[in-house]
Design a protein around this ligand. Structure first.
Ligand SMILES: *Cc1c(COP(=O)(O)O)cnc(C)c1O
Length: 339
């Protein structure tokens, strides 16, 4: 049995998901004529209290398009030093939007309204014009932690008061909401734009949706075209998203339970110095004596357990739909016998 904990993107579509994909009604989505894509966009927009949605190939694209609609070249984006939009999107904010970035030093990727406020530039021609605040929930590099409602309300109020856009990188927003239990509609209404991945915890082969107001999404449509992100009869992929919303939301707690069990197991290992407290489906741990993460990953891979180094001496596990109780039992056995 292969145990793949490298990411929650490694899941394969279930037979039921494939069935839904094969029977999806489709049309040309560049013309806005794919009924399945339209259904998915409308369903997510309704859930999150937004007016409209735009289906895109990846979460990087929904973030980058969202940011591009908010800013002009020379403007500045506030985000955390651990954020995906800064670290893992190929320098996309600079490349696609010509915008400058102000990093906050938050708590595991989460920053406060006070920290955001301190990062807003004065209205003075010496400075880049601050235009957008971007948060990530859950925070990937922060170990999968999530925001509480009050903090988000405060940042949202600050953005409104200062005339700034407020963007959510919600690649794992359903993992966040599973734990924070904030009402999805109230939560979504705090933001001007939201990026949601369907290929992470929800287990589809691809696809992300950008949400916002009608005029925002109209503009986003234009940007998607210019980035080459327009797809045609892509309802076959959107159908996987609809299936996931119907069947894979209520099981996310399983992933979180598995992550907690992995945390306990890792804490018992002499070669682990510290496990970052687990909040959702991400487990980050530090090896004892500064041991090499790459070497340890190789050792585990020899026993069929696959993980990613997350720094020179840190490793990340991510639990998902295809990591079952049987996988956990096998991993436990391998750990106890060999590692
Ligand atoms: C995965 C992820 C994205 C999107 O990445 P893609 O590889 O383009 O799907 C965006 N933000 C966060 C926090 C992520 O984990």
């Amino acid at each position: 049995m292969n145990i793949d904990l490298r990411s929650d993107t490694v899941t394969k579509p279930t037979p039921e998901m494939l069935k839904r994909m094969l029977s999806a009604p489709v049309g040309d989505d560049v013309f806005g004529e794919d009924p399945t894509v339209n259904e998915l966009q409308e369903r997510l927009a309704d859930m999150f209290g937004q007016e409209a949605g735009l289906f895109c190939p990846s979460g990087t694209m929904t973030n980058q398009i969202g940011i591009n609609v908010h800013v002009q070249p020379g403007d500045e984006v506030i985000c955390d030093q651990l954020s995906h939009v800064y670290n893992y999107e190929g320098g996309g904010i600079a490349r696609n939007s010509g915008a400058s970035i102000r990093l906050t030093q938050g708590d595991s990727g989460r920053f406060t309204a006070a920290q955001a406020e301190a990062a807003i530039n004065p209205d003075d021609s010496h400075y880049a014009r601050t235009k957008l605040i971007s948060v990530e929930d859950t925070c990937n590099k922060g170990g999968g932690c999530f925001y509480d409602k009050q903090h988000l309300e405060e940042i949202s109020a600050l953005a409104k008061q200062r005339g700034l856009g407020f963007h959510l990188d919600g690649a794992r927003v359903f993992n966040a909401l599973e734990e924070s239990a904030i009402d999805t509609n109230e939560y979504g209404s705090l933001f001007d734009s939201i990026s949601i991945c369907l290929s992470k915890g929800l287990g589809t082969p691809g696809g992300s949706v950008l949400l916002g107001s009608k005029p925002f999404i109209q503009e986003a449509h234009r940007v998607r075209k210019s980035m080459g992100g327009g797809m045609r009869q892509i309802g076959i992929l959107a159908a996987a998203g609809l299936h996931a919303l119907d069947h894979h939301l209520e099981r996310l707690q399983e992933d979180h339970d598995h992550a907690k069990k992995l945390e306990t197991l890792l804490n018992e290992r002499s070669w682990v110095e510290e496990v970052t407290p687990v909040h959702t489906n991400i487990v980050i741990f530090k090896l004892a004596d500064g041991a090499s993460a790459e070497e340890q990953c190789k050792k585990m891979a020899a026993h069929g357990i696959h993980a990613l180094p997350f720094g020179p001496s840190k490793i990340r596990f991510v639990t998902h739909l295809d990591f079952t109780s049987a996988h956990f039992a096998q991993l436990k056995q391998i750990f106890e016998q060999h590692l």
